[in-house]
Design a protein around this ligand. Sequence first.
Ligand code: CA
Length: 424
Amino acid sequence: MSHPNDPKLKSFIDVDSTSDFPIQNLPYGVFSTPDSVQRRVGVAIGDFVLDLAVLESEGLLKTGAERCAFAKPSLNAFMALGPKAWSSVRAQISEVLRHDSATLRDNAGLRKRALLPRKDVQLHMPFAVAGYTDFYSSKEHATNVGIMFRGKDNALQPNWLHIPIAYNGRASTVVVSGTPIVRPQGQLKPPSAEVPSFGPCKRLDFELEMGVVVGGASQMGTRLSEAQANEMIFGFVLLNDWSARDIQQWEYVPLGPFQAKAFGTSISPWVVTREALEPFRVQGPKQDPQPLPYLQQASANNYDLHLEVDLRAAKAKQAATISRTNFKYMYWSSVQQLVHHASSGCAMNVGDLLGSGTISGPEKDQRGSLLEISWNGAEPIELPGGEKRTFFEDGDSLIIRGWCQGDGYRVGFGDVEGTVMPST
Ligand code: CA
């Protein structure tokens, strides 16, 4: 039996070479349909969703657990079964969907119940977020922001090359793609004002990030090795860390962002597994100075993952691509982030979400936030149709896409989209 990542595998379902969801991917999500509103776990394949709750109840999918794992409104129960179960289930799903596998292919009744057109399903939050931590691991992004906020000589703080910097964010406002984002209100104190005032954010921004979905737990008081951290990563999602720059600039000293980041974080509905991304692992940038021993890596823990950002202005029909970059540029890897997160003895939980930090590349057109793209408002971007933007206006939409390119197929994430609504 060939491995589910084998590039030669074909499904009996036609999948275009530009689809994000070939048989080599098999990402997990949570969905419902108008006929059956109960949320359950499914896998995306081409233009369809495979209902895993149906397969499990038919005895076609074995997780090794006594209780069902897929007739559930989140992936958490399945994730808690651990990496051996993840791998085994993915192999079973791959087998069921192969072109030469008759079980589902030749059973019209089962196909009708288990394979649903993707356009007919509603996608929900794929997992219950236990905790949300946001890192700051792109050297290019940290340098750009540092230059804007503190000047060229103090761009990177002295600790940045030694610690994967992060803050604890809010799990309560992580939402699935398509959820509108209301422009936040907060304390603002522009440099020209003598005293702060409270009102709608005027510098609303996005941050292009990947999210790590932690599928394992660690005990309070224990640390993680590189191998243990790697094994605990269930998969990845696209993530937009909505940011209120004017609130942030006034509040961030001395404890870091708080309300500037607490009002909304959008994620893509499909969780692409770490296993599906294995063929796309690459070495990250050289780390100089060498990190402390507990952060040193024996493996290539970065991914060659293309990212694109579109902005659709309120009245425009068409979206404009405003950034193209790659996850491979990240200075600190997700594994290093997780190792560091547990390094004090901090317990990690099934369902923890780690934001990578804004992903900016070395070039100007590879920047992952409006703050950088418009250089803090000094260089507005011109959109097709002649409109200009420094930060978001009400009605604007932001769309992030991401994929790894294989030979004749791609392992993709779909997209994460959010539209800005007026303050209430
Ligand atoms: Ca962020």
